[in-house]
Design a protein around this ligand. Structure first.
Ligand code: SF4
Ligand code: SF4
Length: 412
């Protein structure tokens, strides 16, 4: 860990109001400033790695809202993640971590096979029965929460059915490599299908390599830096085999991780890969005039939630709003604290359910206040977390990925 990053904190406290865990606890140890101080003292050997101290650090959701508000460029979330990686580098992965991070995620075929029983569970009506009878209340809480997040799965994962090389419609403008995130392929396939349609409509040939692997974000979240580097090398090699103008993703979490590959691997091919990565909203806004000409009226009240991985990690805020405001008839209302975390945070919702629920509650209150009929966002973690929250507390509000809404307006 770069010690200089730790001593850059001047303890001003400007990050405190942005931190979701501080807002819920008012504890210094659950604030960015406190976490930087804890990691610094650990590095200096003045503190031991007690269970309580590690618990405080693990409460960080890695939303990186602190980085957006820090005048000194300190990123407490990233420092905590780096500390966790260094600490875990000395340990062996647990059985479950090894299974998920090394045996499943780097192998799309196995991952897809693993989800088949869940699809069957939904198709034969078992999910409805289990939920109606509240059977999972008798099982450990994490299982109940995981099941609660399980939304309707598509017939087949998009990776299995998508054409690997989609020609541009009309004159060819360029070639895009599409990074299809695992959750987008397995769960939100309609959104990624819409993304590819929009890109081909705008004149891009879209190549979706079927052998691409998980971006490695779950490895990083679990402190498995070696697993992340393996994923990065594989993806850089795979996409490096094509002559691409951009590498595009519609998954905020994947985009943030892909752009950071060069942070972990100091190799020219990795830097060239990361430099080409774009969130879909960045590419679509480059063609705002052409989009405007084909968008048709959608008389909907809409608001937008900024995923942390898009707003804080990639600094993308104006593009999704610009795109929404292109849609004729759409009434856009800004969400208060739109870039505040929703509480999803990868597996945070399962591991820290109480804190995740408190964070989610704040987000739902602000959504309610807009009176919106549709909440738009751009990250599968947020889609899962907010879909469940809306279903339970604001069922009148629908949630859509940005590209789904745009495709709906175009009628494709
Ligand atoms: S992390 Fe940044 S904003 Fe927070 S106390 Fe330190 S210098 Fe101030
Ligand atoms: S990453 Fe988020 S939760 Fe962690 S310290 Fe920063 S603002 Fe707080």
């Amino acid at each position: 860990m770069d010690y200089v990053k730790l001593i850059n904190c001047m303890r001003c406290g400007m990050c405190l109001p942005a931190c979701p865990t501080y807002k819920e606890t008012f504890l210094e140890t659950a604030s960015p400033r406190g976490r930087v101080a804890l990691v610094r003292k650990l590095q200096e050997g003045e503190l031991d790695q007690s269970a309580r101290l590690l618990e405080y650090l693990s409460l960080c959701i890695d939303c990186q809202a602190c980085a957006s508000s820090c005048p000194c460029g300190v990123n407490a979330g990233e420092l905590v993640a780096e500390f966790t990686c260094e600490r875990k580098a000395e340990d062996r992965l647990s059985f479950m971590e090894d299974l998920v991070l090394r045996k499943l995620l780097p192998h799309p075929d196995r991952l897809e096979a693993a989800i088949v029983p869940m699809r069957l569970y939904q198709r034969i009506g078992l999910q409805k029965l289990v939920r109606t009878l509240g059977i999972l209340k008798m099982f450990p809480k994490p299982l109940d929460r995981m099941e609660g997040l399980l939304t309707d799965l598509p017939e087949r994962p998009l990776r299995q059915v998508i054409q690997a090389d989609m020609p541009a419609r009309g004159a060819v403008r360029g070639t895009i490599g599409f990074f299809l995130g695992c959750v987008m392929s397995l769960i939100f396939s309609d959104a990624s299908r819409a993304t590819i349609k929009l890109l081909t409509l705008l004149g891009y040939r879209v190549i979706t390599p079927k052998n691409q692997v998980c971006c490695g974000a779950p490895n990083m979240l679990s402190g498995d830096l070696a697993g992340l580097k393996d994923a990065a090398r594989k993806n850089v090699n795979i996409f490096g085999g094509f002559d691409l103008d951009f590498i595009v993703t519609d998954c905020g979490g994947c985009g943030a991780e892909l752009k950071k590959y060069s942070h972990h691997l100091n190799e020219p091919s990795v830097a060239s890969f990361s430099n080409k990565v774009r969130d879909i909203s960045q590419v679509l806004t480059m063609h705002a005039d052409e989009l405007k000409a084909i968008l048709t009226p959608l008389p909907l009240k809409v608001t937008y939630h900024d995923p942390c991985h898009i707003a804080h990690c990639q600094g993308i805020r104006k593009q999704p709003r610009e795109l929404l405001n292109l849609v004729p008839g759409l009434k856009y209302t800004e969400l208060e604290n739109a870039d505040a975390c929703c509480g999803g945070g990868g597996t945070y919702n399962i591991e820290k359910p109480q804190m995740a629920d408190l964070i989610l509650r704040r987000k739902l209150d602000t959504i309610r206040a807009t009176g919106a009929e549709v909440l738009v966002t751009g990250n599968p973690g947020c889609l899962l977390q907010l879909k469940k929250g809306l279903m339970d507390h604001l069922p009148q509000v629908k949630i859509m990925h940005l590209t789904e809404l745009l495709a709906k307006s175009i009628g494709v």
